[in-house]
Design a protein around this ligand. Structure first.
Ligand code: JFZ
Length: 415
């Protein structure tokens, strides 16, 4: 079972992933050709030679990027507790001032700023945990870094690790304050020994820094699922779902397949209700702006998160409720069960919950809601909550149930 031993991670529930690099300039299209895959993969997928791709650096000048404003929104408007930034993605371009590779945002582009430093300062100001995405194995710029579905034979991966990966990790973990986690990714042919060396380096420099699931060789400190994949049963260890609001991580001007705010809220609750964290992505454009629709969606989700944080942060899995309810998800905390409702309904009937309910209330206002505890014809316990008129056509809201008992008690099925 995976255990980060970091309380902040166990309670974080919701974080912001930021995918940003030179791919934002292409926005899904190169020389009239569109990529069908996620936008940050365009160099690999459209076979853009490194010597061509690296010219993009000379165009990177994100005049609108405001680290302070991004972190403020993430913290105050969107209700997130940690931020993970792509310090170097597969393209190989460092989004910070790297001394061991000139291919970085401060030295190679007119931008001339250390983007990571700006984010670090903003995170410190707003009390936001800062994590770093670092593509350890794929590096499409270094001749010895791995590519995907390309010929990697003849590459000296170990030489690349020593020349670029290890020195950059050292820079990142010594120059930017406390780093909450390193989000390694796509280990490919990394050997257990090599993964171990990376972990050792991280822990030597920052013992409390967590290593993500994708370090490879099953050596991560928490489980990282695939994009939007949610374990069906409560998974006891620490885990995280990285996810997109549309269908790409890096900015694409063609992808407008935005999820609805209520879908995101439901995913968040589902993940939290099973004990995981939701790491939700934004891909700023080349000027440094978060796409407008994406920000609106996060604002709406944030309104729910801020009003119902008690039912999200630091909650426990409610276990498996005996009946699947199409319209609700559950979270719980000592002596309280939270019912997150996602459809207009007239009443909620909770069967097989044997707890003694003391009070039912609307979480966002504290308003008491009358209820009745009784037995069904089958002798199941049932708590019936007729909903007040003003809730009946609401798309989503959260109810709190105060329980006599500390934990949930469900009745078994019997004949
Ligand atoms: C990886 C990256 O290749 C991608 O560009 C992005 O950074 C994403 C967060 O991570 O993509 C993956 C890697 C693994 C899975 C899914 C997407 N997976 O295991 O399902």
């Amino acid at each position: 079972m995976k255990d980060t031993k970091q309380q902040w991670f166990k309670e974080a529930a919701y974080g912001l992933f930021v995918h940003w690099g030179l791919y934002a300039l292409l926005a899904g299209e190169y020389q009239g050709r569109r990529t069908e895959n996620i936008a940050e993969w365009i160099m690999n997928d459209l076979d853009i030679p490194a010597a061509e791709y690296e010219k993009l650096a000379k165009e990177f000048d994100p005049k609108d990027f405001d680290a302070d404003e991004l972190v403020r929104r993430a913290k105050e408007d969107w209700g997130m507790k940690y931020l993970v930034f792509t310090s170097k993605h597969h393209e190989g371009f460092a989004m910070y001032h790297s001394a061991c590779s000139a291919y970085n945002v401060q030295d190679a582009s007119p931008c001339g700023r250390d983007i990571l430093k700006e984010l670090q300062l903003a995170c410190e100001k707003y009390g936001m945990k800062l994590g770093l995405y670092y593509s350890q194995a794929q590096d499409w710029h270094d001749p010895d870094g791995y590519m995907h579905r390309k010929d990697n034979s003849g590459k000296d991966y170990q030489a690349y690790l020593e020349r670029k990966c290890f020195p950059q990790l050292r820079e990142l973990l010594t120059g930017y304050g406390p780093i909450a986690l390193v989000w390694f990714d796509t280990p490919m042919e990394t050997t257990p020994k090599q993964s171990e060396a990376m972990i050792k380096l991280v822990k030597e420099l920052q013992p409390d820094c967590i290593v993500s699931g994708r370090i490879g060789n099953n050596m991560g400190e928490y489980m990282t699922t695939g994009d939007n994949f949610i374990p069906r049963l409560p998974y006891e260890g620490d885990w995280e779902v990285p996810a997109t609001v549309n269908d790409t991580w890096g900015f694409s001007r063609f992808d407008t397949n935005w999820k609805r705010p209520e879908d995101i809220i439901r995913l968040l609750v589902k993940i939290n209700g099973r004990g995981g964290n939701y790491l939700l992505n934004v891909g700023p454009d080349a000027r440094g702006n978060v796409p407008e629709r994406c920000a609106e969606i996060l604002n709406e989700v944030g309104t729910y998160v801020r009003a119902n944080g008690e039912a999200l942060f630091g909650t426990k899995s409610a276990g498996v409720y005996p009946y699947e309810l199409d319209f609700a998800e559950f979270t719980c905390k000592d002596h309280r069960l939270f019912v997150h409702v996602f459809a207009p309904v007239a009443h909620i009937d909770l069967y097989k919950c044997a707890n003694h309910v003391k009070r039912v209330y609307l979480l966002e206002t504290g308003e008491d809601i009358p209820f009745e505890r009784t037995k069904s014809c089958e002798k199941d316990s049932v708590t019936i909550i007729p909903l007040p008129e003003h809730l009946r056509d609401r798309a989503y809201y959260c109810l709190g149930l105060e329980l006599e008992e500390r934990d949930l008690i469900f009745e078994e099925f019997e004949q």
